[in-house]
Ligand binder design. Sequence first.
Ligand code: HPA
Length: 232
Amino acid sequence: MGLTGVILGSGLNRFSEKITNPEILLQDDTGFHKRRIIKGTINGKPVVVFEGRSHFYEGYTCGQVFQNVNKALELGVRDLIITNAAGGVNLTFQVSDLMLITSHIDLMNRRTFLPNSICYNHTSLNKILTLAKDCNIKLRRGAYAAFSGPSYETKSEINLLRKIGADAVGMSTIPEILYAKQNGINVTGISCITNLLRVSPNGKTEHSEVVDAGERAYPNFSKLLIEIVSNS
Ligand code: HPA
């Protein structure tokens, strides 16, 4: 049976509680985002879950940013679900919505020779959308734009994002999606909308708000992930 990997975004670490017979492969509390890698099963399916990731804005190199994907490769992961906390740009989105990443806008300039279209395979995307629909889980779809961070977006950047067709924005995931795909792993990207980007005088984003919304999205998030893992 193929091993499925799950990389958890900010505020989404609780998903690890769903692992049966957990075995901790790594624990590292030194970075801004504490990291753990836990192996086990979910509904009888072998999984490895990655809590925390390293970002370029923390001064890390490619080797460090890709360490979760490299570990996934070493362990033989076939399907990798990469999740993140993201700001909602699409005006119809609500806090705690989940969004399947169906395309991206690379504002980090992490371009590769890989044709971007192959990252978002229609058959795989449709399979997940159908799964969510059948299980009554509200799942949005859209384009994820990534800035390098670490600051949140200015009002002008929010205006720009809306004009260029971004549905959500964050500071991660695209490099990992590209790197995993380049190395032959099937990848799915899921954003949890933790705040809404509105051009209002007090439209300010705080990290604590992002983590709280991740917690609130948890029931739907874990339900969706369990379905995807069980059907991968
Ligand atoms: N911007 C960038 N990254 C984020 C945001 C945001 O508004 N929310 C969560 N991660």
